[in-house]
Every structure is written in structure tokens, then in C-alpha cells.
Design a protein around this ligand. Sequence first.
Ligand code: MEV
Length: 430
Amino acid sequence: MDERPSSRLSGFYRQSLDQRLATLAGWAGLDDADLAALRAGLSVEQADHMVENALGLFALPLGLGVNFLINGRNYLTPMAVEEPSVIAAVSNAARLVRAGGGFTAGSSEPVMIGQVQLLDVPDPAAAEGAILASRDRLAALIDPLHPSIVRAGGGLRGVEVRHLPATPAGPMTIVHLLLDCRDAMGANAVNTAAEAAAPLLELLSGGRARLRILSNLSDRRRAWAACQIPVELLARGAAAGDEVARGIVEANAFAWADPYRAATHNKGIMNGIDPLAIATGNDWRALEAGVHAYAARDGQYRGLTDWRLVESDQAGPALAGRIELPLAVGIVGGATKVHPAAQVALKILGVASASELAEVMAAVGLAQNLSALAALAAEGIQQGHMALHARHVALAAGAPAGLVDQVAAQLIAEGQIRAARAVEILAELG
Ligand code: MEV
């Protein structure tokens, strides 16, 4: 049961910034301190404690994705991003998906992989046997290092051994420690575990340990999201819904078959996921590394979504979409804890676990991809971008809030989106 009001916030973008904050405060139960944290973000003093040689702050716009319905629950998605159109596009796609019943989403257990590299192992097969037989000993060594994770139900879940018989540095035996990190992203926990286990692994294998570090290809920690949209809802401009749906399926096939297109396709997915990761204080480089490595898991780099036409029982033909990807995110520890705006972002999301956050991210990634493919399949991407670009030019030329849209519309109608022309139009409007 969803205890929250609807996230379908029609016309939110037309509100003033103060009105938006007031709407959001009412929706998410934010207090004045929360709103101040959203406006101010981090202080220089806090930054000084976070990184070395701190100089100041580098701000990004923080916006709100609206309209998300995921597993029957309403979500608003705080997104830190500099690229125009991203938040509008994702909100628009979420509105369409909502009309089709919303997203379903799920996730695996939050299991991360710690790697220990063993070299000069005299008998790799014997080493594998000895290491696999020592799972309980490894658990007894590793689990006490992470009492809070174990208390929350996590801990060592498994041990695997992989053989790399021919590397430029000779054969290697690689041990994977599978650690359920619950609500932590888990990088520290996994690295601690790998370092702690290394001496025992040396003993068991007769080799020497070199690297002891997590893998960012966190393919045991995946989230997925799916949706179905009646094709008629996809109509845009002159393009009929079934034509747009067909275009999306064809675009998806292009990304499946061609790495050059897949890179752009997946970049569009990350347009949604990274801003949410940044807003919640998560390590977006880790996500990027994992997602792109996962996209190449069968040896070819591919698009991460699946879009196909299906016959839905009640509503005729529908476009069905699905995404599945590794998303190692946390809601405790790290910057999620330190950054005041990240704390508020988590409050807005109202997620009860890191897995739930990953599920929301998967849905946001799928929505972002849907909006990009729908535009690309129909009118092309530039038309929407031009509208926003015209608004920026109008604003930069000094248009007051009440005139921005009018000036932008005229710039587009005249086909010349230039600052000098915006100034002239403003003068004419006097
Ligand atoms: C632009 O930031 C993202 C797109 O290029 C994604 C795509 O092509 O699918 C529009």
C-alpha cells in the first residue's frame, strides 16, 4: 500500500522555484532545515573534510523528476544534472508509463564481489579445492569485521575461484569473495574483507596475493525494471503511436547489434541514473564502470534495454520495455551520510533499502531511454533541445520570468535562436 500522495505533479515545471519547494515540502514532509540543505547543498567546511586540497564547491543544478509509479508506489526523483531536457524528458516518460500502469521493478540480493589476485600458485586445481573447502573459515574471518552489515542480515555469501591461465604476467588464480552488503554500497567493507582474507588465501593456495579490491562489475547486485505502454499513448506530433512504438523497437535493435549506437543508447540510460546517484551521494563512477562492463558481458558491447511490441489483453497492442543492470548503491555511509542534500534526497525518495533505491534507478534509466528513443524515432532529438535552448537564450538576454516562454517561442518561430535577436524581441515587447 502506498502511503504517499500521487507523484503525478501536473504543471510542476510551470511553478516558480519557491512554489516547487513548497509543493515538494508538502509532498515529502520536508522541514525548513531540509529545504535549506536542498538550496545550499554542501558547505566549504564540509567539503574540506571530504577531499584533500579542497578549494571550494562545484555546484550542479538539482531538479526533481516527477510522475513515477513503481511497484504501485509513488516516487519523486531528485536529480543533480547539468544537461537540459533530462528531467523534463524523464518526467514525461514516467507520465506515459504511469498511464500504462506504472513500472514493475525488482532486484537481486545486494551482493558485491571482492577480488584477491593470487600468483605463483603451484597447483591451481588443488588451490581451488582448498579455498572452496575453507568457506566457513573465511566467513569466520570476514563477518566479524562488519558487525553492522551482519546485524542487518548481510555477510559472506560465497567464495568462488577463477583461473586466468594466460595473462601477460603468467597464470593467476582469482578468488571472488561474495559479500552481501545490505544497505551499504560496500566498497569499504569488501576491500577490508579482501585484505583480511588474503593471508589465509596465500596459505591455502601456496601462492602470493597481490591485488585485494572490489570488482566494479557488480553483476551479482542487479536491479531491473519493466513497463508496458499502450501504443496509442506514444503518439507525438504527426507520428502515430504505432509508428513511434515501431521506431523504438527498431532503435533498440540497432543498439543491440551495434556498439557505436549502444554507447549512445546506454549514455542516455545513464543520463537518468547518474543524476540520481549524485543527488543521493552515491559513487556514479562505480555505477558507470559496472554498467558498461555488464553491457559487454557476452563479448560485444550492447544496449541494456529490451523494447518489443506485445498484445496486451485489455488494451490492444502495447510497447513492453525492460532493463536489467548492475547498480551498486547505498543509503548508509559514505557521502550519502555526509552530504546534507543527499540526506534530503533520500528522504524525498523514501526508500527503505539500498535495493529499493537501485530499483528506482533502474526505472529512471528505462524511462530516460524511452523518452530518448521516442524522440529519436519521431521528430528527432533537436526539436526539444531547441525549445530549451531558446528558453536559455531568452533568459540570458534578460527576459523576466513572465516573458521567457513568449520570447523563446518567437525565436523558434523565426528560426534564429540568437542572443542579439532575443534582446531585440524584448525591446519590441517593451
Ligand atoms: C543525449 O544526452 C542522450 C541521447 O543521445 C540518448 C540516445 O541517443 O539514446 C539522446
